[in-house]
Design a protein around this ligand. Sequence first.
Ligand code: ZN
Length: 221
Amino acid sequence: MTRSVHLNILRAGWCQHLECMADRGGRLAPVQFPALCGLIRHPDHGWILYDTGYAEHFFQATRRLPESLYRSAVPVHLPAAEQLSAQLQALGIGADDIRYVIISHFHADHIAGLRNFRQARFIALQADYQHLESLRGKRWRATLGGHLPALLPDDFGARLQLADSCAPCALPGWMAPFEHGLDLFGDASLIGVPLPGHSAGQLGLFVPDAQGRPAFLVADA
Ligand SMILES: [Zn+2]
């Protein structure tokens, strides 16, 4: 039987970008792109995040050239009340209560808050992590691709669990063409779904029972 979890969607900042960058046929006009995160309460594993949105670390990591180009091209807004840590605190959850962060992919608007969660382990697909590591020291290339390796905690590698090593499982028929997922916790509660394309190894998250109904989080896919 599937384990039921509680899922909440939070917004941790947003950026302004042209609508046509994300929407085929979209206008050549600036629109808001929210940085969304999933806050999950698992009955055995406690508090889990799917992505972190923007955080103060983003502004530190983009102070100098070439990284500052990212900030100029895609202006980021993060009011204090919208910082993920502040929102968690308002819900009575400390940053150190977060046990896992499942990372959809390593673009800066999804991982900027990782350094805030010092007790968390990280779950991601190997292809995406390797791509980010391959960009270390290549600051221009990384920046132009929306990657800021400085956002990773120094001990990231030691805290990372590769989703690739989780047991494969069948997905329900309505999710076609997706047929197989990765049972991230071995209890059918949270299923990783590889969604390559937007990044080398983007990881979607299928939640079979989120308060009694299924949810499929696809990040930027
Ligand atoms: Zn992205």
